[in-house]
Design a protein around this ligand. Sequence first.
Ligand SMILES: NC(=O)c1ccc[n+]([C@@H]2O[C@H](COP(=O)([O-])OP(=O)(O)OC[C@H]3O[C@@H](n4cnc5c(N)ncnc54)[C@H](OP(=O)(O)O)[C@@H]3O)[C@@H](O)[C@H]2O)c1
Length: 263
Amino acid sequence: MTSNSTPTLLFNLEGRVALVTGASRGIGEASARLLAQHGAHVVLVSRRQDALDRVAATITASGGKATAIAAHTGDSAARIALIEKVAQDFGRLDILVNNAATNPHFGHISETPETMVDKTIEVNIKGYFQLSALASRLMKKNGRGAIVNIASVNGVKPGMFQGIYSITKAAVINMSQAFAKECAPWGVRCNAVLPGLTDTKFASALTQDEKIYNRVMDIIPLRRMAQPGEIAAAVLFLASDAASYVTGTTLTVDGGMIGCGGI
Ligand SMILES: NC(=O)c1ccc[n+]([C@@H]2O[C@H](COP(=O)([O-])OP(=O)(O)OC[C@H]3O[C@@H](n4cnc5c(N)ncnc54)[C@H](OP(=O)(O)O)[C@@H]3O)[C@@H](O)[C@H]2O)c1
């Protein structure tokens, strides 16, 4: 991209294939919809085929291109099969949005059951890492690609009683820099989005408890939680040519919480 590129084309994703994990609802669904609106053929992934089919149907009904593939991103064989299917069906992958994550333990860090430590690492770290590794090798074939990892503000400052989850999100930030550094020669960029509190099922334990919600609002200068589409906008930017010189960085979308010293 040069300084005289046509501005309106910067976000154009026509002809590109984008795989989005956790695309059946929340931030993943909003990201997939926005990427599809900008022309990408989106490959929607989550564990439930029926939920994905519903999202795919509404995307195609509004003129977009979508394919739904059920897969558990914490499962090694499923990850390999997923990327092999994308390679077989499309022959390319331009965008990977690692978004599916889990947060099974809410409680004191010292009481985290080992099974939950394993599950959180399996999905949030190993899932993101292996999909990035498999995807980047496929992207290398076309000499271009963009990986967008959904981390969290908790990756910078641990959330109270969300210890192992926060630790995995910190790992995702470092992982994004590591992939950015080693995949740059292939034309593959990698960045992380750090959402703050966002109105999804994932955050419902925080958003539906009035006392906790009000306490969180006290540290958010914009005094509200994000809507999933506001996180998706950051995903679109980092996935598109608008971010052609952006790699190895984090984009925080948190209503000012971290930047203004809230946590
Ligand atoms: N909401 C927030 O306040 C917030 C804040 C910071 C960061 N984040 C991050 O944002 C991302 C998305 O969260 P969200 O709030 O949009 O959550 P959400 O609404 O609960 O959606 C989670 C999505 O991930 C899928 N999923 C979960 N585990 C999976 C697995 N093992 N394999 C494949 N798909 C899986 C779910 O579908 P199935 O259950 O059908 O598989 C669903 O599509 C996560 O990485 C989360 O850590 C969220």
